[in-house]
Write a protein that binds this ligand. Structure first.
Ligand code: SAH
Ligand code: SF4
Ligand code: F3S
Length: 468
């Protein structure tokens, strides 16, 4: 087909992503699925032929965003119709999975509703949808086949860092959480499929891969002949890929941190010394009510063992304040745990009752005002720890993977080993390379530094050459 015809066929799809990294990965894969159908990406609703909201159900606020966004889209869809264009409106992701029916009832102009495990079927769904006849296509079954077997090669674009889903779903059923219902049962991709995808990404210029899973360290993928592999073994194998300088993984559960993973942290230099290990609460009664199946001291021990294997390991976490039944003493225990561990960074949330989860049904809900108070004091403590961690970087040298331009001309921004955003001045051609940067100052959310000349970083470009 000649290129003029291809250009004429080019349609535009706007994919808006909410929620976690898994949704970011899924959105990129949806774009890969749509490319052969002639859909290219756009950032604006205006002029889009299709819009996909890839949604998140984790907290009430996240869920509600879908419906307010759909209101705006409806107006645009009507305008497009006046121009003779039938815009396809799709709701994907975790809200679609959990509330497919409600979406159709509240927003009947939606054409496609499909869950996180069904997007490989997008070509069939698009063919079946008829936006002018208003026959919506809803696909929220959990398919027996794995979508991963049907997805095309990932496209890395012009990035240097990529996500790679290796595990999906969750069988843990924490009291507060919708994920087991929206993502389905735990599933690990076979080792060979993960390696193939990783090699493809590296061959496209990716030098940092973050392995994703709802419980990524519960990974137990089919290996080659010798039974299932755990995450530690998978990481060791990935580290052998030439050109893959950095490996990260998230999100991990304290219960699934096994000996092999701990020793991988000590032995694999490409495995970055930064770990997101959510604990949710520092109180044993609350952890038990949450069905986390470990105590606060179990968590302290896991952190100690990881730190023994890799002394410079830094941690981040997630916390929920105001889970049903949480007392002042329980909350004080959370603050104590935070002080004991010392986090580099953390996310904290007010408990949000989610339909269908056990915690939402209990009568011991914590009043909103108390949740707000607790969140504020927790965030104060976590913020102080983060600032101290960032300030402690001043005077050190860090290898920084340069990701983008800064806001100021001549400024670049990259990530250090601890995921901190590092700002420094340097020439454009350092983009997508590893650069040795001397950190000058640490702030609340970022670091400022300067390029160290005359030094080369392992796996990086010799700076004489990069700067000259
Ligand atoms: N699999 C991860 C969590 C994924 S959800 C784990 O086990 O830790 C991401 C974070 O959202 C959770 O760690 C939790 O802190 C928060 N979260 C989940 N459900 C929530 C709810 N109902 N209300 C408030 N925060 C919630
Ligand atoms: Fe949700 Fe718990 Fe599963 Fe994490 S482990 S996804 S918090 S149910
Ligand atoms: Fe949200 Fe679903 Fe991720 S509920 S946090 S998008 S797994």
């Amino acid at each position: 087909m000649d290129s003029v015809v291809v250009a004429a066929l080019k349609k535009k799809v706007l994919i808006k992503t909410y929620g976690c990294q898994m949704n970011v990965y899924d959105s990129a894969r949806m774009a890969d699925v749509l490319a052969p159908l002639g859909y290219g990406p756009t950032d604006t609703l205006d002029g889009a032929d299709m819009v996909i909201l890839n949604t998140c159900h984790i907290r009430e606020k996240a869920s509600e965003k879908v419906f307010s966004e759909l209101g705006r889209i409806r107006a645009e869809k009507n305008r497009a119709r006046e121009r003779g264009v039938e815009m396809i409106v799709a709701v994907a992701g975790c809200v679609a999975q959990a509330e497919g029916e409600e979406i159709m009832a509240r927003a009947p102009y939606v054409d496609l509703v499909f869950g996180p495990q069904a997007y490989h079927r997008l070509p069939e769904m698009i063919a079946a949808a008829d936006p002018s006849a208003r026959h919506p296509v809803v696909d929220t079954e959990f398919p027996v086949e794995s979508k991963f077997d049907f997805l095309p090669e990932p496209s890395a674009g012009s990035n240097c860092s990529a996500f790679l889903s290796v595990q999906e779903g969750c069988d843990k059923f924490c009291s507060f959480c919708v994920v087991p219902y929206t993502r389905g049962a735990e599933y690990s991709r076979p080792v060979a499929a993960v390696l193939r995808e990783a090699r493809s990404l590296v061959s496209q210029g990716i030098s940092e891969i973050t392995l994703l899973g709802q419980n990524v360290n519960a990974y137990h993928g089919e290996g080659s002949g010798s039974g299932d592999w755990g995450l530690g073994r998978l990481i060791r194998e990935l580290a052998e890929i030439d050109g893959l300088d950095r490996i990260r993984y998230m999100t991990s559960h304290p219960l699934d941190v096994d000996d092999d993973l701990i020793s991988a942290h000590g032995e694999v230099p490409a495995l970055m010394p930064y770990l997101h290990l959510p604990v949710q609460s520092g109180s044993d009664p609350v952890l038990s009510a949450m069905n986390r199946r470990h105590t606060a001291d179990d968590y302290r021990r896991v952190v100690d063992r990881l730190r023994s294997a890799r002394p410079d390991l830094a941690f981040s976490s997630d916390f929920i304040v105001g889970h049903p039944g949480e007392s002042d003493q329980d909350f004080a225990d959370t603050l104590r745990l935070v002080s004991d561990i010392g986090y580099a960074q953390a996310y904290s949330f007010k408990y949000s009752a989610r339909p269908g989860t056990p915690a939402a049904q209990t009568t011991e809900q914590v009043p909103e005002a108390i949740k707000s108070e607790r969140l504020q004091s927790l965030q104060q403590l976590l913020g102080a720890q983060q600032l101290a961690f960032n300030q402690s970087a001043a005077g050190t040298n860090q290898d920084v993977l340069v990701e983008r331009h800064g806001n100021r001309a001549g400024q670049l921004v990259g990530r250090g080993p601890y995921m901190q955003a590092v700002h420094f001045d340097g020439p454009e051609r350092l983009l997508n390379t590893l650069v040795d940067v001397k950190i000058l100052e640490g702030f609340a959310n970022s670091l400022a530094g300067e390029v160290v000349t005359g030094v080369s970083v392992p796996g990086g470009e010799p700076i004489e050459r990069a700067i000259a």
